[in-house]
Write a protein of this length. Structure first.
Length: 164
């Protein structure tokens, strides 16, 4: 499954995306509000394996974000719904060099549209650290409303709901 936006091609993550995926996830600033911080190569491999497995188990998941102009992988975004989770969730992470270009918005918008139109879901969640101002603005720009707070791994997060 592939989606396109004005500037991006969203391709299902595969093992072939490992090198740029590892580089993106090794950056402490990129991972500042995600999980417990930067990932080692080994942890990046296991994270990628989880994302690939999600596609196999659910039929949707995270896409590699590739610039249409250069073909370079500049991040990843998509939909996750792990067993025991809070329901369908949209997420995104961009290489620092890709920040400020509108790529996060384009990718998240495409993922949410796929959730609503392709998967028939009425709502999608975005779970965002309260200090992550850029992601909060992006969720609000997509029409998301803060509807609660969560504690995950001892850290507080705000839950945004994006309805059809």
């Amino acid at each position: 499954m592939e989606l396109t936006t004005e500037d991006l091609r969203l391709q299902r993550l595969t093992a072939g995306h490992f090198e740029p995926f590892a580089v993106i996830n090794a950056d402490a600033e990129v991972r500042r509000f995600i999980g417990a911080g930067p990932l080692s190569r080994e942890d990046a491999w296991w994270q990628l394996a989880k994302y690939i497995g999600h596609w196999e188990l659910r039929g949707y998941g995270m896409w590699a974000l590739q610039e249409r102009s250069s073909g370079a992988m500049v991040g990843y975004a998509g939909l996750l719904d792990p067993d025991g989770g809070r329901g369908l969730e949209v997420g995104w992470a961009l290489a620092r060099a890709a920040w400020g270009r509108g790529y996060g918005y384009q990718a998240a918008r495409a993922a949410v549209a796929h959730a609503h139109e392709g998967l028939g879901r009425e709502q999608v969640r975005a779970v965002i650290h309260p200090d992550n101002v850029r992601s909060i603005r992006l969720a609000e720009r997509l029409g998301g409303r803060a509807e609660g707070e969560l504690t995950i791994g001892g850290r507080q997060f705000v839950e945004f709901i994006l309805r059809r």
